[in-house]
Design a protein around this ligand. Sequence first.
Ligand SMILES: *[C@@H]1O[C@H](CO)[C@@H](O)[C@H](O)[C@H]1NC(C)=O
Ligand SMILES: *[C@@H]1O[C@H](CO)[C@@H](O)[C@H](O)[C@H]1NC(C)=O
Ligand SMILES: *[C@@H]1O[C@H](CO)[C@@H](O)[C@H](O)[C@H]1NC(C)=O
Length: 422
Amino acid sequence: MVLSSNFLLLCSLLFFISSTIAQTSFRPKALVLPVSKDTTTLQYVTHINQRTPLVPVKLLVDLGGNFLWVDCEKDFVSSSYKPARCGSAQCSLASSKACGGNICGLGPDNPVTYVGTHGDLGQDILSLQSTNGFNPGRVVSAPSLIFVCGATFLLEGLANGVTGVAGLGRSKIGLPSQFAATFSFDRKFAVCLSSSSTSNGVIFFGDGPYVLLPNVDVSKSLTYTPLFINPVSTASGYFLGDPSVEYFIGVTTIKVNGKAVPLNSTLLTIDSVGFGGTKISTVNPYTVMETSIYNAFISAFVKEMGNFTRVTPVAHFGACFSSKGIGSTRVGPAVPQIDLVLQSKSVIWSIYGANSMVQVSKDVVCLGFVDGGVSPRTSIVIGGHQLEDNLLQFDIATSRLGFSSSLLFRQTTCSNFNFTSN
Ligand SMILES: *[C@@H]1O[C@H](CO)[C@@H](O)[C@H](O)[C@H]1NC(C)=O
Ligand SMILES: *[C@@H]1O[C@H](CO)[C@@H](O)[C@H](O)[C@H]1NC(C)=O
Ligand SMILES: *[C@@H]1O[C@H](CO)[C@@H](O)[C@H](O)[C@H]1NC(C)=O
């Protein structure tokens, strides 16, 4: 009896030592996750392994999400789960101001339906693949990653099989900051969404290289623009005084075919109560614009389309055209170029046909932007279709966004990361 329990103790001690050694002897420089597009919901989805024993967890990718949350009500089994006691370091890192049953909590929410609830803060092991920027490498583990326990009803409206949300926001417990702290690398990450529903895009945590076949290191040729902090949280549930953890950029002018679209520039800045400005979202499938901006933009685009035949708008799109006679280029349909002018006249995020137009049927293409209504919280929300096959690097420490513009110009795409391990 005594012998066997000593033996068990010894075994677990050896296991503890060996896993500690394994962790300290290999320090990844970056991590990699595959991202797929769910064709039914147009949501971007990833997988992370969590818990003991490890299970794959399918998650919605939410660029502006505060933290990782998973459904802990259904099928959550883990011998390594630890709730965060009120007053603990984890609770203060998470800025939690709620306590129930001596466990502190936060408000997990569904960014698609805007439904939120209260959830316990906890920690568990999470594992994913490291990368040298070229291929995935060894699997590494974050032994006590902070996350929030959500509820089953919160999953409604999310892609089939999704059981949580991977929050990539700029909070201290957002996945980018936690991975950076766990593995001692820069608080940087890059998102490259694939336009294909059959091959994966990629998220890198840490610095480049970010190499896409055929051997294009996208980290070497990025254009940079400042990221802005909205002083008022844009989440559905938050504590008064919390800033937004979302990523805002400073669009100053929108051009179509080089001509400025007349618009109320006040709407492009974030005001003192947190309204206005431009943010980037992986949850909105298409870019959403405040009504007056949208109308001016649509008119300008239609005008520049000249003689192409306009057809009845489809679904929520405001401008659709017969695709007959529209030529095709390396960067998609040959349509007027859209420029988002940033901090100076020479810093421009250009959007070409592949990112502006949506093929809605064999003969019809629509401008893939939607009307966000009058007085929305944020004037422009750049959505998934406009981000695809563009690599975006978010540098949280220096508040800077690096963007590649369309990778199609460089004969690569976001589905060209070589996911074969070496
Ligand atoms: C521009 O937008 C701001 C913010 O919504 C509004 O207060 C102002 O009246 C608008 N200006 C014009 C000329 O419409
Ligand atoms: C539109 O059609 C008219 C008449 O055929 C032609 O003169 C004009 O150049 C065309 N405009 C564009 C933008 O193609
Ligand atoms: C992908 O990476 C693997 C492992 O390094 C390598 O064997 C393979 O040739 C690469 N594929 C391409 C298309 O370069």
